[in-house]
Design a protein around this ligand. Structure first.
Ligand code: SF4
Length: 229
């Protein structure tokens, strides 16, 4: 590739922008980490199976609602076998209350069957394996890996992280995969686990979709959206 003067100028501007963004990302991480030193999921679970089922149920549904459902659910279904052999109609009734419960029931049964047939009844530990489970994509896999084993292969991008990262000017994307890629480029890998959890909590309790609490937000001095929503 031949680089002319203009190419160097564009490259310089991009590098400057990226440096500024990384500097801003560093400040954001410091403040979020201070607010949430050890963020954990608010889903209630006792083992790997329970967390993965709860995470699969939580798409488009609040953690509070999922916890209400799983409190009863995990008394009836105590292992992967119970889900794998479940009647679809019965499971649909048992998870009624979470959004899209019809499709989720189907996927839970298929997920349990795959865990048993392909992974010997143990939840797989690698991203490339987790994303093969029905009902699991990168977001769910990131949550499970970070929560259970403290491993961060990526950044959890849910509805809260999408909203907060856009408001903070870290991305202009709305697609979760693209946002994750952009955030991974500006935050160092060692920050991904805490960043994921703290940004989710920040979005849930401070930077809410409607009426964000900019006055009480520790990021309001560096946020371009502060007091504008
Ligand atoms: S200042 Fe307001 S818009 Fe910006 S991150 Fe905080 S709560 Fe959200």
């Amino acid at each position: 590739m031949i680089l002319n003067f203009n190419s160097f100028r564009v490259l310089k501007v991009l590098t400057m922008d990226n440096l500024e963004l990384k500097d801003k990302a560093k400040k954001i991480f410091t403040l979020l980490h201070r607010d949430h030193p050890n963020p954990k999921t608010e889903l209630i679970y006792k083992n790997e199976m329970e967390l993965s089922i709860a995470v699969a149920l939580s798409a488009q549904t609040t953690d509070k609602k999922v916890n209400e459902i799983t409190q009863r659910l995990f008394k009836k279904y105590t292992g992967w076998e119970d889900f794998a052999k479940a009647s679809i109609q019965e499971l649909q009734q048992d998870i009624r209350g979470v959004n899209f419960h019809m499709g989720k029931a189907q996927r839970l049964i298929k997920m349990a069957q795959k865990v048993i047939s392909d992974f010997g009844g143990n939840l797989p530990r690698e991203m490339h394996e987790l994303i093969t489970l029905p009902g699991f994509a990168r977001k769910s896999s990131n949550v499970v890996m970070q929560e259970l084993w403290g491993k961060a292969e990526g950044i959890v991008v849910d509805t809260h992280v999408t909203r907060v990262s856009n408001r903070l000017g870290l991305t202009t994307q709305q697609d979760a995969i693209k946002i994750e890629k952009e955030l991974m480029a500006i935050f160092p890998k060692e920050s991904w686990r805490v960043l994921s959890g703290s940004m989710v909590l920040h979005g849930r309790y401070v930077c809410k979709a409607i009426k964000p609490n900019c006055l009480g937000c520790s990021l309001n001095k560096i946020c371009p959206s502060a007091f504008k929503i």
